[in-house]
Design a protein around this ligand. Structure first.
Ligand code: HEC
Length: 149
């Protein structure tokens, strides 16, 4: 009788100690990695958002191309004799060497015949001759030009 009581008491205190150790370790372990994990993505997200340039949408840019630029630069953007030149980056160092921002600035003002940098003696009108063209549309059309092999 005494023996059973004693054994139960030992078992109980062992159990208590076990539970205490478990909760102490478990609690301690849970907190640190959890907070480390939740901080990691919070640091990455703003970094990604900052890195992202003002990227145009090539699909939307293709529509801009087909309504405004195609008349002079041609259905395959290889240019049309006496109207406009190829816009494939592989044909034009002017395009491949410039940033999106620089190309948007270029499209905004075009390259008039009297511009000493004009290479063909043909007029590249500002915004391809469409004054209603928005900056977003220009970024889109630049994104489209980048997809030409
Ligand atoms: C009315 C005809 C015409 C239209 C419309 C036109 N372009 Fe041009 N574009 C030209 C000509 C001509 C040149 C070559 C200018 C020169 O002699 O340097 C040119 C040159 C360019 C260049 C520079 C290429 C290089 O290698 O120097 C880019 C980029 C360009 N055009 C983009 C566009 C885009 C984008 C559109 C539509 C939004 C557009 N163009 C619409 C006639 C046109």
């Amino acid at each position: 009788m005494y023996k059973t009581y004693f054994r139960t008491k030992i078992l109980m205190s062992l159990l208590m100690a076990f539970v205490l150790v478990l909760s102490a370790c478990g609690g301690g372990n849970d907190e640190e990695p959890a907070s480390a994990e939740s901080e990691a993505p919070a640091v990455e997200e703003p970094a990604q958002a900052q890195d992202a340039p003002v990227a145009g949408d090539p699909a939307a840019g293709e529509k801009v191309y087909q309504t405004t630029c195609i008349a002079c630069h041609g259905p395959d953007a290889r240019g049309i004799q006496a109207l406009g030149k190829s816009l494939h980056p592989s044909d034009s160092e002017f395009i491949s060497e410039r940033t999106d921002e620089q190309l948007v600035e270029y499209i905004k003002v075009g390259r008039r015949i009297d511009d000493p940098l004009n290479t063909t003696g043909i007029d590249m009108p500002p915004k391809g001759g469409n004054p209603a063209m928005t900056e977003e549309e220009m970024y889109n059309v630049v994104a489209y030009i980048r997809t030409l092999e």
